[in-house]
Design a protein around this ligand. Structure first.
Ligand code: FAD
Length: 449
């Protein structure tokens, strides 16, 4: 075979797509613009860089849709999951990742693959021929974004999300804060103490909310539209929705006991999660923000325990580019108007590291199969992979299409004839069915080769 698959963007999706195609025997070129051309969020030239939170979210493959997606990707020999597992950090039931060694390991594995080459260049136009996957993510280079907009018309757009701040651990006042995971969740002592908690009294909470509401925020530029995905809602936007929203969201005081004052229940708790293996950096969980840097420093200093904290990185806003996939893509993730081009990753309207890598995994397999002369059968919608790809390539309403995390709402309902089932039993039915169907689909593909 002489054909080569070209992948634009070596992020979560592009890296996984390259790995899957190369493992299927197809030569791959990854065109990655970093480090020559940077983005405001990436810091390195590594492939698969995690730009904000260091979490792959829940690793529970029986009760959680993203945990199920982890399972399916592992079953398919996914590189992103293999490297995330290898660089896992303690985080209760979540899969937190030591971001720099993770990205370096993904880069090394791809560069060492005999069928993969990595070219350091920015692609600025839609290619006319060949086999291509565009996986340029939420911060797609502007030239290519314009070319996509020209091809897609009004269907391509940009909006904004916000970054959570990262604190130097040794500047947290541990005479006020304490280490504990909610409900002491976790198998090991490390897991059970994975979070640092900062307690607030009612008066401190009320003053904090007042300060958040009054703080200077970064303005949007004229003509830009603003929208947020639910997993990354800015803290001040949550506060604007109601004074109690944060106390029932990221600052909920449940499942925690303050050892400095065990008899008094905190009114609200700010949690920080370990951000690197060394344990020197912690990110403030759920505190994405578009407050100005000056405002962030003074508002966050009001958090008991963080009064003298120094920040490795303050929060910020970011762009998210995505296409209207239900209109533009076919079920094989190909651009209807230029079927030699597939799209993968966050630009297709999935949301998050794991979902983006998952769509890379599928796009890589689909492209490789097509190049080898046999198209893959549709992925069952009963699987997490199938639920996501069905959603973006037709399941979602095109007119109101918005980026989506994987969730059980995307799956065909389980047969509940056995009567009203409780939630845990229902989720288990979803995940059991998905695992059986995913395993079957993987087997079908192998049989076809
Ligand atoms: C600031 C910010 C914060 C985020 N926070 C989170 C979070 O906390 N949790 C979460 O799960 N997700 C978060 N996301 C989303 C996350 O970035 C994506 O889910 C994931 O990285 C998308 O994977 P991807 O492969 O589609 O894109 P990316 O991982 O961004 O990879 C795209 C790659 O394409 C390259 N590229 C772009 N244009 C070109 C071009 N024209 N030519 C060549 N190369 C190009 C880029 O340099 C990049 O390496 C955040 C995104 C941003 C921007």
């Amino acid at each position: 075979m002489t054909d080569r698959l070209h992948i634009v963007g070596g992020g979560m999706a592009g890296s996984e797509a390259a790995w899957q195609a190369a493992q299927a025997g197809v030569p791959v070129t990854i065109h990655e613009m970093r480090p020559k051309v940077g983005t405001f969020a990436h810091r390195t030239g590594s492939l698969a860089e995690m730009v904000c939170s260091n979490s792959f979210r829940s690793d529970d493959d029986e009760q959680n849709a993203v945990g199920l997606l982890h399972w399916e990707m592992r079953a398919a020999g996914g590189l992103i999951m293999e490297m995330a597992d290898a660089h896992r950090l303690p985080a209760g039931g979540a899969l937190a990742v030591d971001r720099d060694p993770f990205a370096e390991a993904v880069t090394a594995r791809l560069r060492a693959h005999p069928l993969i080459e990595v070219v350091g260049e920015e692609v600025t136009a839609l290619p006319d021929a060949g086999h291509w996957i565009i996986a340029t993510g939420p911060l797609t280079g502007s030239g290519l974004a314009q070319a996509i907009a020209a091809e897609a018309g009004q269907d391509s757009l940009a909006f904004f999300d916000a970054i959570a701040p990262i604190v130097h651990a040794d500047t947290i006042d541990m005479s006020v804060a304490w280490r504990q995971s909610r409900y002491d969740k976790g198998e090991t002592e490390d897991e059970r103490t994975a979070y640092i908690n900062c307690p607030m009294t009612k008066a401190e909470y009320e003053a904090f909310i007042d300060a958040l509401l009054a703080a200077d925020k970064t303005e949007f530029k004229p003509g830009e539209t603003a929208g947020y995905f639910d997993g990354c809602l800015p803290i001040e936007v949550m506060a604007e929705r109601g004074r109690e929203t944060l106390r029932f969201g990221p600052m909920k005081p449940v499942g925690l006991t303050n050892p400095h004052n065990p008899t008094e229940k905190a009114y609200a708790v700010v949690q920080l999660r370990r951000d690197n293996a060394l344990g020197t950096l912690y990110n403030i969980v759920g505190f994405q923000t578009k407050m100005t840097y000056g405002a962030q420093k003074s508002v966050f200093a009001m958090i008991p325990g963080l009064q003298d904290a120094s920040f490795a990185r303050l929060g910020g806003i970011h762009r998210n580019t995505f296409i209207n996939s239900p209109t533009l893509l076919d079920a094989q993730m190909r651009l209807r108007s230029k079927p030699h081009i597939r799209f993968a990753g966050q630009i297709t309207g999935v949301e998050g590291y794991v979902e983006s890598a998952a769509m890379g995994l599928l796009a890589g397999r689909m492209a490789a199969a097509e190049m080898r002369g046999h198209a893959l059968p549709p992925v069952p919608q009963t699987t997490a992979m199938g639920a996501l790809v069905t959603h973006i390539t037709g399941g979602a309403e095109a007119k109101t299409f918005q980026p989506m995390n994987v969730n059980f709402g995307l799956f065909p309902p389980v047969d509940a004839r056995g009567g009203r089932r409780n939630r845990a039993a229902r989720y288990k039915l979803y995940t059991d069915r998905a695992k059986a169907d995913w395993t079957g689909w993987l087997g079908l593909r192998e049989a076809a080769e």
